[in-house]
Design a protein around this ligand. Structure first.
Ligand code: NAP
Length: 243
């Protein structure tokens, strides 16, 4: 019975991941589907009514008190068991420009992507340690890749210095990933580029639908090993992305 803790499960990739895991026959997965505001996460609440293996838990990665409270709740629900997959997925983006973005957006972006993922990692670390699998997936983006910035395929999609605040935050998340991998060589920990997907964030012109992409994501997460992925930046096809 693998246990998953997913942040940002109200919409998009986090919701689809929760849905696909919950609906696997025989309910083998236990999913702690966390979201900022369960009262307004109506699709998630509806899903959880039909699948008892989903536990909806309030958690705002920007707010340490909610992260701590969620860790206590999940610890109680797990009754001595651990978290097998911790998926740091919650995020927001801003289509801002280098010379026009508000510097405060940089701070807020860092707070969610880097400090937020760090809060979640720290609060749930005891539960990750208790598991056999010990997998931490930090959902990043190729926009956070320094090494891809001059790759013609990337330049075609994202010309110029677009999305500076989001890109810098994802680069920070990538470094946090490497630090966790160095600190815990017995964990499976990697930064993950999910692909450009049709969610609220990815928009309608994105390359791929979320459903088939998340099917790929789950296969990749379940096949991950320390040797293959730990301390690396991996895309949805299992290939390495340049840092
Ligand atoms: N879609 C893409 O094309 C794409 C590409 C590359 C990387 N990614 C990454 O994939 C992940 C998921 O993106 P998505 O496309 O699913 O985005 P999305 O559809 O915009 O959903 C974002 C989710 O994050 C939650 N969230 C935002 N701030 C939060 C906070 N402070 N605490 C807790 N939850 C918070 C949102 O909750 P609310 O409903 O409460 O707002 C929502 O559930 C993100 O890390 C994103 O950067 C996406």
């Amino acid at each position: 019975m693998p246990a998953w803790l997913i942040t940002g499960s109200s919409r998009g990739i986090g919701f689809e991941l929760t849905k696909q895991l919950a609906t696997v026959p025989n309910g083998i997965h236990t999913i702690f589907a966390t979201c900022r505001n369960p009262a307004t996460a109506t699709s998630l609440s509806e899903l959880a009514k039909n699948y008892k293996n989903i536990h909806v838990v309030a958690l705002d990665v920007d707010d340490d008190a909610t992260v701590q409270a969620a860790a206590e709740t999940v610890t109680g629900l797990l009754g001595g068991k651990g978290i097998d997959y911790l998926v740091n997925n919650a995020a927001w983006s801003q289509a801002d420009g280098l010379d026009t973005a508000n510097p405060d957006t940089m701070t807020a972006m860092y707070n969610t992507h880097v400090a937020g993922s760090f809060r979640v990692y720290r609060a749930f670390l005891p539960l990750v340690r208790l598991s056999e699998r010990k997998a931490i997936i930090n959902v990043s983006s190729e926009l956070g890749s320094l090494g891809s910035m001059d790759d013609p395929r990337f330049v075609e999609l994202f010309p110029g210095a677009v999305f500076p605040t989001y890109s810098c935050a994802k680069a920070g998340l990538n470094m946090l990933t490497r630090k966790i991998a160095k600190g815990h060589p017995d964990f499976i920990v990697f930064a993950f580029a999910p692909g450009w997907l049709k969610t609220d964030m990815g928009g309608p012109n994105a390359m791929d639908d979320v459903e088939p992409a998340v099917e790929r994501h789950i296969k990749l997460y379940e096949s991950a090993t320390i040797e293959k992925f730990s301390g690396k930046f991996i895309n949805q096809w299992g290939q390495e992305v340049a840092w």
